[in-house]
Design a protein around this ligand. Sequence first.
Ligand code: PNS
Length: 164
Amino acid sequence: MTRAVCPGSFDPVTRGHLDVIGRTARVVEEVVVAVGSNQAKTALFSPQERVEMLSEVCAPWDNVSVRLFSGLLVDFCVSEDIDVISKGLRNGGDFDYELQMAQMNRQLTGVETLFVPTSPEWAYVSSSLVREVATLGGDVAALLPERVVARTLARAAERRAARD
Ligand code: PNS
């Protein structure tokens, strides 16, 4: 049985993420969505909130589960018996960054990474741009799963109010 991990910050989960998770779930037996923290980014949601939202939007897939992780992704893969890391690629910038991580991860434990080309309609979507646009009052509803829209708009409004 092949178990794949879809790792990310998911702050918040976007329709682009769901595209990659869903397509991964069609080609492997089990997918673990692993929510990590990228120290370089200022978060909109706590890791636990991100797990909650992901669990809701991934519920329709029987073979997808959601977990929090910290530390090295390769250590999570070993402890969870994961064979392969699945990563979406939107553009050449992603490729350069992801290739380096894939090679490092393989050097560390031998875990393989498979790249999923993002569907073109989501190629420009990133959580960081969603956070920026939402926090400045822009409309991001089309880029997010329905269940995540209201929570993102509310949190962005809180941030705006705290800043102004
Ligand atoms: O959605 P993001 O911010 O691109 O997700 C990044 C994440 C959390 C998947 C990445 O930072 C990660 O794998 N962190 C775990 C720490 C780690 O293993 N670092 C070495 C990578 S070669």
